[in-house]
Design a protein around this ligand. Structure first.
Ligand SMILES: O=C1O[C@H](COP(=O)(O)O)[C@@H](O)[C@H](O)[C@H]1O
Length: 253
């Protein structure tokens, strides 16, 4: 498990472009090492801006997008095509703008294809094992937003999904943030990624960031149950990438 690092960007715009540049570099580096790369996408407002910045960046051509596998860390269990799906935003801002190989795009299935989130989760786990040839693929970069309640992916404070180790992809019922049914990677699965990046922007995230990052650094005492974001670690890097507003309460920690 890696020690967390923190980068505070002066504005949301600098954060968005900073994360976009990092992502392009990380995927290009992974391809230079191994020929292909993988990224786990997140939902959320700032992520949508990061995706648009990647798509608009002249540096994007450093990556062979046809050799990038795209996964999702969580998905809202609503019908395919529903605007609430994280997949829809990622396709609109990123995937539709890049020369991706659709065979390497792995959305979490929605309602309709499967009767309940558990079935969709089981299907996603089998897709991960299919691509990983029996094992889970090792993700190069796993992106996470941070909720106002310090949730990550669809792992919410005090929710039973936080405590599940097996299976690694979980169906979630009773999400406190709508919609109530979701599918998410477990904390253990998230923590199998080489690099985990927690991206947070704006004053609405300042309390959650202070609680979760403060607990990681020992200045606060919240458990992972209270602040799921505090339980996240990549095997090689854990990056907290914030703007000044989201970090505003850290200085008093
Ligand atoms: O519901 C979700 O919320 C979080 C955070 O979203 P934000 O708009 O507050 O940044 C997101 O990371 C997660 O993927 C999504 O399903």
């Amino acid at each position: 498990m890696s020690a967390p690092s923190l980068v505070i960007h002066p504005t949301q715009q600098v954060l968005v472009h900073g994360v976009a540049g990092r992502l392009i570099n990380a995927l290009a580096d992974a391809q230079a090492r191994r020929g292909e790369a993988s990224v786990v996408l997140t939902g959320g407002r700032v992520a949508a801006q990061v995706y648009a910045a990647v798509a608009a960046s002249p540096a994007r051509d450093a990556v062979d997008w046809a050799r990038v596998h795209f996964w999702w860390g969580d998905e809202r269990f609503v019908p395919a095509g529903d605007e609430d799906r994280n997949e829809i935003g990622a396709r609109a801002a990123l995937l539709n703008a890049l020369p991706v190989d659709q065979r390497n795009v792995h959305p979490i299935p929605g309602q309709g294809a499967f009767a309940d989130p558990q079935e969709a989760a089981a299907h996603y786990e089998s897709e991960l094992k299919r691509v990983g040839e029996g094992d889970w693929p090792t993700f190069d970069v796993l992106l996470l937003g941070v909720g106002e309640d310090a949730h990550v992916a669809s792992l919410f404070p005090h929710h039973e999904a936080l405590r599940v180790v097996e299976p690694a992809v979980l169906g979630v019922h009773g999400s406190p943030k709508p919609p109530p049914m979701r599918v998410t990677l477990s904390l253990g699965a998230i923590n199998s990624a080489r690099e985990v990046w927690l991206v947070a922007s704006g004053p609405g995230k300042a309390d959650a960031v202070a609680l979760a990052y403060g607990s990681v650094m020992g200045s606060r005492q919240a458990s992972v149950e209270e602040a799921p974001a505090s339980g996240v670690r990549g095997t090689e890097a854990t990056r907290w990438l914030l703007d000044a507003a989201a970090s505003a309460r850290l200085s008093s920690e």
